[in-house]
Design a protein around this ligand. Structure first.
Ligand code: BEZ
Ligand code: FE
Length: 261
């Protein structure tokens, strides 16, 4: 710990020092063997090689903790949530009102068309014109485009710009619950500790506007069997939004408030 204090970065010295103290205390308390420690190091190497550290952070509920530490929930902004590992940069801008974010594909499962939309406002007052609403979700079979070769690239992903009134409207399909990837080292961890891999159905949002803090969040839907036991523990009651039938389609209102930067 003394060596730590010389690194010239007080924050690093304080946090890294405490991480090591906590780790050493656990190793001592459980009398961890050389063989077990080597297995742990080999496991973490595998997690890195498989690019699954974000996923490991998610399923151990560490991402949710960091999200809670990083965002106050009393500033009037829409509640934040974790991003997860499945965001893809620069999805296409989708035009039209509503802006449709998917193409039908062969073998596409049955699901209801969902219109989700609302107004993006600033907590300091007024609608935000030209805010960018970036969304991503699974298709109606519970799979993301990047896992499902039947789907065109960037399916069920897209960016929409808000209009003068701050409004946005998205045409999508109601997603279904799905499992986080289980074929890699994180899947072995889940099996080893007896934790299921399911997430409730959700739509991810990343919303940005000049002069405002970018909001990353997710919207969930009532009645989902995994609302109470999301494997990454990311469900917040304020983000569970009612869905109602509007003729042939389903509708969901999601107004979004951003805090000034
Ligand atoms: C997701 O919802 O996209 C996700 C979040 C955490 C881990 C895996 C997937
Ligand atoms: Fe997701």
């Amino acid at each position: 710990m003394e060596a730590m204090s010389t690194v010239g970065n007080e924050r690093l010295a304080a946090v890294a020092g405490d991480v090591l103290s906590a780790l050493h205390e656990v190793l001592e308390r459980h009398q961890v063997t050389e063989q077990e420690w080597m297995a742990a190091l080999a496991y973490l190497t595998e997690v890195g090689r498989a690019d699954e550290f974000v996923l490991l952070s998610d399923v151990t509920r560490t991402s949710v903790l960091i999200d809670a530490l990083s965002h106050r929930d009393d500033d009037g902004a829409t509640a934040s949530d974790v991003e997860g590992p499945l965001y893809v940069e620069d999805p296409p801008f989708r035009e039209g009102t509503p802006a449709k974010i998917y193409d039908e594909y062969e073998g596409m499962g049955d699901a209801d068309v969902l219109l989700i939309g609302g107004t993006v406002t600033s907590t300091s007052g007024g609608p935000l014109t030209d805010a960018v609403v970036d969304v991503w979700q699974t298709g109606p079979d519970g799979g993301y485009d990047i896992w499902d070769e039947r789907q065109p690239e960037m399916n069920f992903r897209g960016r929409i710009r808000t209009g003068e009134d701050g409004g946005y409207q998205i045409q999508t399909m109601l997603p279904k619950p799905y499992t986080v990837p289980t074929e890699g080292p994180v899947g072995r961890y889940l099996a080893a500790v007896g934790q299921h891999a399911w997430r409730p159905a959700h739509i991810h949002f990343k919303v940005s506007a000049p002069g405002h803090r970018t909001l990353v969040t997710q919207v969930f839907f009532p009645g989902d069997p995994y609302l109470e036991n999301d494997t990454i523990g990311a469900v917040k009651p304020a983000l569970v939004r009612p869905v109602e039938r509007r003729g042939e389609q389903l509708g969901c209102d999601f107004d979004i408030a951003l805090a000034p930067a």
